[in-house]
Design a binder for this molecule. Structure first.
Ligand code: 6PG
Length: 237
C-alpha cells in the first residue's frame, strides 16, 4: 500500500519520501521554515517534538538549520518518567541530538519532574508547561499500536486526555512497554499546534494509519484523534 491510497480526510496532507534520510532532511527544512516564519511574525517560536527512536536523523538535520535558535522554545509531546541520565529519557535524546550545534541556543522546557510518584510529577509538569500553547510546530510520531505522544490504547487516562476540553495540559499515563510510567501532553495542547506534523516510516505504520481511518476499527487507536484536523503526514517506506 502507498500513502496516496489512503482515504485521508480533508485537511490531512501526505508527503512521501524515498527513505529515512530524505524524510529527515525534508522534515528539517519544513520545520525550520515554519519556525523562521513564527519568529518573523511573533518574535518567538515553540517547537514540540516526540521521542522514541526514529526522530534521531531528523533532530540532527534540524540542528544544522540556520535560524534564530535563541528565540525557539523546545519541548516534548511526551516523556518517560525517568531522570535525564536514564537511557530511556526523551529529554536526553533531544539534548544529545537536537540541542547542539546551531540549535544549542534554543531553550528547553522539561516535562520530567522530580516527585514522589507519577501522579504528582504530572501535576508539576502541568504547571511547568503553562506557557507552551499555542505550539507553532508539533512533530508527532506513532507506534505500531496506534499510540501517539504517550496516548496509549486502553490506558486509564486516555479518554480524559483526548477530550477537546480536557482541563489538564499534562496527564500521567502507563505504557505497555518500559519505561512504563509516562507523562503526556493532552489533546487541547497538542491540537493548539499551528503546524501539526506526523512523521512515520514503514508499511506497518501505514497499515495502522489506514485502520485508524476506518470507522469502527479506529475507536481504540489514539492517532485517530489527530486525523480530523489539519495534519501533514511525512512517510517513507
Ligand atoms: O516517547 C515515545 O516513545 C514517543 O514520544 C512515542 O510516541 C513515539 O513517537 C512513538 O512510539 C513512535 O516511536 P518511533 O518513531 O521511534 O517508532
Amino acid at each position: 500500500m502507498a500513502i496516496s491510497e489512503l482515504k485521508l480526510p480533508q485537511g490531512v496532507r501526505a508527503c512521501t519520501h524515498d527513505g529515512a534520510e530524505q524524510l529527515a532532511q525534508a522534515l528539517a527544512v519544513r520545520v525550520a521554515d515554519a519556525l523562521r516564519q513564527a519568529i518573523a511574525t511573533r518574535g518567538r517560536a515553540t517547537l514540540v517534538v516526540s521521542g522514541g527512536r526514529s526522530p534521531v536523523p531528523f533532530f540532527e538535520a534540524l540542528a544544522q538549520q540556520e535560524l534564530p535558535w535563541a528565540q525557539v522554545l523546545v519541548s516534548l509531546a511526551d516523556e518517560r518518567w525517568v531522570p535525564v541520565n536514564h537511557a530511556g529519557s526523551n529529554e536526553a535524546l533531544v539534548r544529545r541530538h537536537l540541542l547542539r550545534g546551531l540549535a544549542a541556543e534554543a531553550r528547553f522546557l522539561s516535562l520530567y519532574q522530580v516527585a514522589g510518584n507519577l501522579v504528582q510529577a504530572a501535576e508539576l509538569a502541568d504547571a511547568a508547561v503553562a506557557e507552551l500553547a499555542p505550539i507553532d510546530v508539533l512533530v508527532l510520531g506513532m507506534g505500531d499500536d496506534g499510540h501517539t505522544a504517550s496516548l496509549f490504547p486502553h490506558s486509564a487516562n486516555l479518554h480524559q486526555a483526548l477530550q477537546p476540553d480536557c482541563a489538564r495540559r499534562v496527564l500521567p499515563m502507563l505504557a505497555p512497554s518500559e519505561p512504563a510510567q509516562r507523562l503526556t501532553l493532552t489533546l487541547p495542547v497538542l491540537a493548539s499546534a499551528r503546524l501539526p506534523l506526523l512523521a512515520i516510516q514503514g508499511q506497518a505504520k501505514l497499515n495502522i494509519l489506514n485502520a485508524a481511518l476506518l470507522p469502527g476499527e479506529s475507536a481504540q487507536l489514539p492517532i485517530r484523534a489527530f486525523l480530523n484536523s489539519p495534519l501533514e503526514i511525512h512517510w517513507c517506506p
